[in-house]
Design a protein around this ligand. Structure first.
Ligand code: BGC
Length: 767
């Protein structure tokens, strides 16, 4: 765990240069706008440890799978969102000496992410070996108004000398993914233009043939006045630069405004890509830095208006929750149904920018409650559009009749992960995709989503489960063999409770959906049956049988569901007995030892209890929590959010708070020693749900919102905002009081601490 960032309500601040933490900071200070993003790398050259990273949404490369022994069914490739052109680069030299923070004496370094405004800034004083000192300040942003645009204001001031400041803004497409399986470069350069203060490069990806164009245009000021410079331009394959030198007197500020553009064939026709890039870049250039920034800030203000959470009297917690919200909003805007939320978003290479069950299980609630309905609907449509590929994916494994197995990892609907156990066995993800449909409809009331989108997906999922189970003569029950539950620290287990539970629940929910469609959309329903070759009676008879006769491992002594058949054979020692120096165990123990241990990576049985809590009473949940929580090591970032919700539910506010803090500051404090790989973006959705569902006690029951909040010790108050079916609500919780403001015109009935209230438009109720 690290603690080098300054606590502040709206900013993330690194004061003093921490080269040993630079990769962590690069992740934390990442910027994104839903369409592209990049790590908080320095603009100027840095020869210390760094992971340069700029990523374009949806542009990927299928990197050929690397395994020891090939097995039938292995995915051919692991999809990677590519490291794309470095557009931020500005090399600096002063009287012939290169500015490189790894080689200089650095004073008053400050790096700051302003979450309210969506900007990243830096200021430092650096001394060269010859004693010359310069002050550098920079501020940059990726516009959320014009997502192709990014802009940088970069200033150099000689502090104790008159000298020549040479600046070289560049765009470099000659970049590589650190995690490339075969050390390959994925971009092939095409077009180059580099004239005056403006330049463009296009490159296409090998195999996938995406085309991207990146360009720059700049202007220079000396002491706040436009300054004409003598330019020398250079280019080579996949690289352009423009160099000029300015004579500056002591304390004169040389300021470069660099505008970057990025267009891709995902949004523009290939033949016009460079042309469009030029148009957009020139418009931005004409608009100017200050105006672009003003519009960008205003757009962020709207985002915050809908999604901010305020915590009084706990700055660390306040910073934590805003950081999570900020990063989620930077990653996904919901405008494009082809995009999704990658576990690392635009902040690193790990997980390849692909989609996991994380989106449905952990991110959906945030977008449901804080963004327009189309945003969460697009997350569902993403999977609907991948249905055919999910059916093909299941066919490859021997399933038939339209059964679908969604990939554990995907970018285009195909499975693309190269770990056997995870890819094939974590089939519980199919349950999460069904649950997301339920969650969306429960929250929005949009039952029409079932016809046709939701129904077709549910049908294909149910067909999968009905073929994936088998009848055990021995148990006289249906069983689910050879699976991996959410707890990846056990593989190929039998009857993982969560997986079996999701299978049965999906069958039941599909039956309910069928009932609804028969009642409300009869013609469409029968049309869909015909199109999907669905013989309701034949197929649902088996579903009913599975629902009635599914086997769940159960411990009669403890009266708990077991995570899997063999769980009690393990030596059930609490995680508190693990030598702290050996944690996280994933980084210290052999895989063999982990698999045999009782330690649980993330909520597994508890995941099901969280999703279906209304089925169980408090004592039942408590028994499971008390059994599983002490052996859970939370080595997946997706664990503590579920534990927060359940701890709050069973009346353990301190535990809920402990778990909440762990998820909220996971990356800021580098809890799992892995923030350098990138941020845990999807677990940030988990943080939000830990807050609002856990601490805020929000539930939607029978079409109505309920709140049963707790106030953690040390907080005097907190508040959050929710969009619910046209109403916009602010819920403020303070000592013994809950204050609900209806900020919209809509009338809404809700329940607070079991008390029913009706709020007409623009009114406040205190309970
Ligand atoms: C977790 C999975 C998750 C994946 C991507 C893994 O560490 O165990 O549940 O889907 O990370 O976030």
């Amino acid at each position: 765990m690290k603690n080098y960032l300054i606590h502040d309500e709206w900013k993330i601040i690194e004061e003093g240069f921490h080269p040993e933490n630079n990769r962590i900071s690069e992740s934390i200070f990442s910027l994104g706008n839903g369409r592209k993003g990049g790590r908080g790398n320095f603009e100027e050259k840095y020869s210390g440890s760094t992971l340069p990273g700029n990523y374009i949404a949806g542009v990927y490369y299928p990197d050929k799978t690397r395994v020891g022994w090939w097995k039938n069914g292995y995915p051919e490739y692991f999809a990677k969102v590519l490291n794309a052109a470095n557009w931020i680069g500005i090399n600096v030299s002063v009287d012939g000496e290169e500015l490189d923070l790894a080689k200089m004496l650095i004073e008053s370094f400050r790096r700051e992410l302003n979450m309210q405004e969506g900007t990243l800034s830096r200021t430092f004083i650096a001394s060269f070996k010859n004693g010359k000192k310069v002050k550098v300040t920079s501020i940059r942003f990726l516009s959320i108004v014009t997502p192709e645009i990014g802009a940088i204001q970069y200033s150099v001031e000689p502090l104790n000398f008159d000298g020549k400041i040479k600046l070289t803004p560049f765009v470099d497409f000659d970049v590589q993914n650190e995690d490339s399986n075969y050390d390959e470069k994925f971009w092939v350069g095409e077009y180059i233009e580099n004239i005056g203060n403006e330049g463009y490069l296009t490159a296409h990806t090998k195999k996938t043939k995406f085309l991207a164009c990146s360009g720059m245009k700049y202007n220079v000021q000396l002491d706040g006045k436009e300054h004409a410079v003598q330019i020398a331009n250079n280019s080579r394959e996949k690289y352009i630069e423009s160099t000029f030198e300015i004579k500056a007197k002591q304390n004169q500020v040389v300021r470069l405004f660099k505008y970057g553009v990025n267009t891709s064939s995902e949004y523009f026709s290939k033949s016009k890509l460079a042309f469009e890039a030029k148009e957009i870049l020139n418009n931005a250039f004409e608009t100017g830095f200050d105006q672009l920034l003003k519009e960008h800030r205003a757009a962020w203000a709207v985002k915050w208006e809908n999604s901010d959470i305020q915590i009084e009297s706990d700055v660390a917690a306040q910073q934590g929750i805003r950081f999570n919200i900020f990063q989620l909003n930077q990653t996904y805007t919901g405008e494009d149904e082809r995009l999704n939320v990658g576990p690392k978003g635009f902040t690193g290479e790990k997980y390849g920018g692909t989609t996991y069950w994380d989106t449905e299980a952990y991110c959906l609630p945030f977008f449901l409650a804080t963004a327009p309905q189309k945003v969460s609907k697009n997350l569902l449509i993403y999977r609907y559009k991948h249905l055919q590929k999910a059916i093909e994916n299941a066919e490859k494994l021997g399933f038939k009749n339209g059964a679908a197995l969604y990939p554990m990892v995907t970018i285009n609907g195909e499975e693309c992960h190269n770990e056997w156990e995870i890819t094939f066995e974590e089939i519980h993800r199919n349950g999460a995709i069904a649950y997301a449909i339920y969650d969306y409809i429960r929250f929005t009331g949009d039952k029409e989503y079932l016809a046709p989108y939701g129904f077709e997906v549910l049908l294909a999922l149910s067909r999968f489960w009905s073929q994936r189970v088998n009848w055990s003569e021995h148990k006289n029950k249906y069983v689910l063999l050879g699976v991996t539950g959410p707890n990846e620290y056990e593989n190929n287990v039998n009857n993982n409770f969560h997986t079996s539970n999701m299978a049965v629940w999906t069958l039941k929910y599909t039956l309910e959906a069928i009932q609804y469609l028969k009642e409300s959309h009869k013609d469409l329903y029968y049309k869909l049956c015909a199109e999907n070759g669905f013989n309701e009676e034949d197929e649902t008879n088996k579903w009913d049988d599975i629902i009635a006769n599914m086997y769940y491992a159960w411990d009669n002594e403890r009266k708990i569901f077991l995570q899997q058949d063999g769980f009690l054979d393990k030596e059930l020692l609490p995680a508190s007995q693990i030598n702290p120096a050996e944690r996280p165990i994933s980084q210290h123990w052999s895989w063999d030892r982990i698999l045999r241990s009782p330690y649980i990576k993330q909520a597994d049985v508890l995941q099901s209890l969280y999703w279906f809590e209304e089925k169980y009473d408090k004592e039942f949940i408590e028994r499971h929590f008390d059994f599983y929580e002490p052996i859970t090591v939370h080595e997946s970032s997706l664990s503590s959010c579920v534990h927060t919700v359940l701890a709050a539910k069973i009346g353990r506010p301190e535990k809920a708070y402990e778990m909440y803090l762990r998820t909220a500051r996971l990356d800021l404090d580098d809890y799992n020693s892995d923030t350098e790989d990138g941020l845990h973006i999807t677990s940030m959705g988990g943080t939000w749900l830990a807050f609002v569902i856990g601490l805020g006690g929000m539930r939607v029951l029978k079409d109505q919102l309920h709140f049963d909040p707790i106030l953690p010790k040390g907080w005097s108050a907190y508040s959050f905002k929710i969009n619910f079916r046209g109403a916009h609500l602010k819920i403020k919780v303070s000592d013994n009081k809950v204050r609900i403001s209806n900020l919209s015109d809509e009338k809404i009935n809700l329940s607070v601490n079991d008390k029913s209230i009706t709020l007409i438009g623009h009114s406040i109720e205190v309970i």
